[in-house]
Design a protein around this ligand. Structure first.
Ligand code: 0RA
Length: 652
């Protein structure tokens, strides 16, 4: 525990409880409340995920989720999120306002109960879909508990009520402060600097979640205003999931223009699906439960997949579209070039899996399956031109599958034999425990040579790659698997690819990309990340994926040597050194460093910086990768030129 956290906890303990009764004395309720929120402050990560950047942003989502719930219930169509100058956050909605009347059991305003009691949300629950388990839906009281200060203003029935809090504790009873003709809730909070490592909100991270929420809730308008920079954006999508699909496919060539889109409520489960195909080979399917991205999938996804394959097979055979071919499509065929979003709203979702993002409710499977069968079947019958294109696409995929199977068979056999026959270029490490081992994937033989000499051979393996690897966005799996560089990579990691990816078999728990700090290097890095994203996606989810950070400059001053990893850092360093007699070397490539320098600056775990590449948002990552490496040349060049820096700090 950091000293800051201890400090903050001391502070919160010292303060007398003034919850509700306003006279500073404890009663049984207050003690209970304090216990709840103190638990949150003591173990924040249990409630908010972590106390780093992710957890910090989660605070915003938690508050916004409450407004989105109000929107899903049909009472709110506008949400405004503001990042204020001091990095506090204000969320305003035009819903009915959190109830302020006295709560019958607690003998204080319902607003206060909601803000200061763990899991109080359910008590006032209306017809919306609350979430159990996982991080979402922990309740706004958690945000309050983890905030240095917070206030809420509720506009209801022409009055505006307000209450202020510090470290989760109400400072005074709820008070009527003015009148207003509108209804709604405004929440403002400043996260506790004793709990979070760093209080700095990122516009792009918040924007991408708000965009996603606006896609998932058709017609809901969400504004994001950054008062630090005066940057503003509005998200509002008339098309809902269709707009989502169009966004994901923005840089792809689609095989029919209008996404197939349907929605139906059955047995209390609301199912909405949108589908489109592009001329590429990868699958981009995004599934949600109650607005939460289920990255591990679950019953809703299984139901959808089953129905998709079955419906297309039925359609093809019924219309005699497979006369020449004597096969039926398998699931893999139906997912080539597929872009789809499946969004379900379930009353009591059960989340399972490693990251609690896999839907477990078994009844949902059949519901999604039957709705998809019904609507997709009817759609294909009514739109035979589209039906024909989809079937053609699948015929191609199935034909290629056979070729791929042969190529895959080859790699698999090779992998199986491979502890004996690891690729010759790999300089493996001597330890065999994957959790201790790391592999550096290095651009070029000369840098590879330095890395091999400079490394700690006990736990660091080096794999030099020649030139650029194949662009996996533009080739089908059979071609990809016949590429030598790709095969070398797969064999070296040992964990297989796609559905056969087996985390138990991976030979290193850190996969580190080390390329030159120039445009070529960033291109190669992007190619590699794209390959890993499409073929070993779990590497990101398991947090095994890293980017090495070689220095850009070496500054020499007499006998002293300093390294700078950015222009900023170089300028700062220069200021600390007298201007005379400083020589600056700009590294153009890794090859310019000798083994010892490379070790000291980039590979030594004691001193290096590694960027962990995580995917907080699969749809956003997909969009980025297809933009970077997909069909449309324009946006890609533009992106690489303008954002070489961003790719460097890729944290999508
Ligand atoms: C329960 C009941 C009612 C409103 C809300 C919850 C509500 C909560 C939040 C949180 C953020 N914004 C919100 N807006 C509304 C209203 C019950 C009624 O008026 O009958």
């Amino acid at each position: 525990m950091t000293t800051e956290v201890k400090e903050a906890m001391k502070k919160s303990k010292k303060k007398p409880a003034v919850n509700g009764n306003g006279n500073g004395t404890y009663d049984a309720n207050n003690i209970h409340v304090l216990k709840g929120l103190e638990a949150v402050r003591r173990r924040p990560a249990m409630y908010i995920g972590d106390t780093g950047q992710r957890g910090l942003h989660h605070m915003v989502y938690e508050v916004v989720d409450n407004s989105v719930d109000e929107a899903m219930a049909g009472f709110c169509d506008n949400i405004i999120v503001e990042i204020n100058n001091d990095n506090s956050i204000t969320v305003t909605d035009n819903g009915r306002g959190i109830p302020t009347e006295e709560h019958p059991d607690e003998k204080k305003s319902a607003l206060e109960v909601v803000m200061t009691t763990l899991h109080a949300g359910g008590k006032f629950d209306h017809e919306s879909y609350k979430v159990s388990g996982g991080l979402h839906g922990v309740g706004v009281s958690v945000v309050n508990a983890l905030s240095e200060w917070c206030w809420v203003e509720v506009s209801r029935d022409r009055d505006v009520y307000r209450q202020d809090y510090k470290y989760g504790e109400a400072q005074k009873p709820v008070k009527k402060i003015k009148t207003s003709k509108k209804n709604g809730t405004k929440t403002c909070f400043y996260p506790d600097a004793g709990i979070f490592n760093r209080i700095e909100f990122k516009f792009d991270i918040i924007a991408s979640r708000l965009r996603e929420l606006a896609f998932l809730n058709q017609g809901l308008s969400i504004d994001l205003i950054d008062h630090r920079t005066e940057k503003e954006v509005n998200f509002k999508f008339k098309g809902g999931l269709s707009s989502f699909i169009e966004y994901v496919n923005e840089n792809n060539t689609v095989i029919f223009k209008k996404p197939i889109h349907f929605q139906k409520l059955k047995d209390d489960v609301d199912v909405e699906v949108a589908i489109q195909y592009n001329d590429g080979y990868s699958e981009s399917v995004h599934s949600y439960v109650n607005n939460i991205n289920t990255i591990e999938g679950g019953t809703h996804l299984t139901g959808f997949r089953t129905a998709l394959t079955r419906t297309i097979n039925n359609y093809a055979s019924k219309n005699n579209l497979l006369k020449k071919e004597n096969f039926t499509f398998i699931g893999e065929d139906s997912r080539e070039g597929l872009t789809a979003v499946i969004s379900v709203k379930v009353r009591d979702p059960q989340f399972e899996g490693q990251t609690k993002t896999k839907l477990g409710n078994s009844e949902v499977r059949g519901i999604v399956e039957s709705i998809t069968n019904e609507y997709l079947g009817a759609y294909l019958e009514e739109n035979p031109a589209v039906g024909k294109k989809i079937v053609e696409k699948l015929v191609n995929a199935a034909t290629a599958r056979e070729a791929a199977r042969k190529a895959k068979e080859l790699t698999r056999r090779k992998t199986a034999l491979d502890s004996a026959s690891l690729p010759g270029k790999l300089a493996d490490c001597s330890l065999s425990e994957p959790e201790l081992c790391e592999i550096y994937i290095v651009e070029g033989d000369s840098a590879g040579g330095s890395a091999k000499q400079g490394r700690d051979r006990r736990f660091q393996a080096i794999l030099p790659l020649k030139g650029k690897i194949l662009n996996v966005e533009k080739a089908r799996i059979d071609k990809i698997l016949s590429n030598t560089e790709v095969r070398t990579l797969i064999t070296a990691l040992g964990c297989g690819i796609k559905d056969e990816f087996d985390p138990e078999k991976i030979r290193y728990h850190k996969v580190i990309i080390m390329t030159d700090a120039d445009i070529d290097g960033s291109h190669i890095r992007t190619l590699l990340l794209t390959f890993f994203f499409r073929y070993m996606r779990s590497l990101f989810d398991l947090e095994y994926m890293y980017i090495a950070q070689p220095p850009l400059y070496r500054l020499r001053h007499g006998k002293q040597e300093h390294y700078a990893y950015s222009d900023d850092e170089k300028d700062k360093l220069l200021k600390t050194l007298p201007n005379t007699g400083v020589s600056i070397q700009r590294y153009k490539g890794l090859g310019e460093m000798n083994p010892e320098q490379l070790w000291r600056t980039t590979m030594d775990p004691e001193t290096r910086t590694l960027l962990k590449v995580t995917l907080s948002d699969g749809a956003e990552a997909n969009h980025l990768f297809s933009q970077l490496m997909g069909n449309e040349i324009g946006p890609r060049r533009e992106f690489i030129e303008q954002n070489a820096q961003y790719v460097r700090n890729l944290d999508v």
